[in-house]
Design a protein around this ligand. Structure first.
Ligand SMILES: Nc1nc2c(c(=O)[nH]1)N[C@H]1C(S)=C(S)[C@@H](COP(=O)(O)O)O[C@H]1N2
Ligand SMILES: [Mo]
Length: 182
């Protein structure tokens, strides 16, 4: 009986562990939050596997990575904005920056640096972070933001229909892939 029970337990454990998840394919991480965070979900930078980050001279001992669907599973916010020179109004959708930072366990008083694939980066102080309703947009007008486009994520905030200055637009980072806690 004892033996039967332990075999049965082993089978149930295997079934649970092997149960197909919602998506069969493992998901690609698209956004890394690195540095002093209290809820990491991965370890230190590996110079071989993390070749791009390593090439950019990034280092970290722990990080939190989001996949597109883990960003999409946070509460979503929509903003719509139109800037001179754009083809028209664009509706952007994604989680709030603050929710993503909270998921990774970023301290409220930390300064973060947001870096894009092309190296463009901005510093976001705690004051700057809370001055606007920043989102990590992952979709525009109902379509996912792509790598090669303005994705994987676009750090941006709404402007309540107000005209956007060059200074403000310069703080919106498209092709965002990395948030570093300083
Ligand atoms: N990744 C990335 N984001 C960026 C930039 C950039 O060069 N790379 N330029 C910034 C500036 S200065 C402006 S004005 C706006 C608009 O840039 P665009 O005209 O290249 O779209 O994006 C901002 N975000
Ligand atoms: Mo700019």
């Amino acid at each position: 009986m004892q033996k039967f029970l332990s075999i049965a337990t082993a089978i149930v454990t295997l079934l649970i562990a092997g149960a197909p998840s919602a998506s069969a394919e493992p998901e690609t991480p698209i956004l890394t939050i690195a540095g002093e965070i209290s809820h990491p979900n991965r370890g230190a930078l590996d110079p071989f596997r993390d070749a791009f980050l390593s090439h950019k001279d990034k280092t970290f001992t722990k990080a939190f990575v989001f996949t597109r669907s883990s960003l999409a599973s946070l509460p979503q916010t929509k903003i719509s904005t139109n800037v001179e020179g754009w083809p028209g109004k664009i509706e952007l959708e994604g989680p709030r920056l603050l929710d993503a930072l909270a998921a990774a366990g970023v301290a409220a008083d930390a300064t973060i640096v947001a870096t894009a694939l092309d190296g463009y980066n901005i510093e976001l102080t705690p004051e700057a972070r809370t001055a606007h309703d920043w989102i990590l947009a992952i979709g525009a007008d109902g379509a996912p933001l792509s790598i090669g486009g303005r994705g994987p994520a676009w750090l941006i905030h709404g402007t309540d229909g107000k005209a956007v200055s060059q200074e403000v637009e310069a703080t919106w980072v498209w092709a965002l892939y990395l948030l570093e806690v300083k």
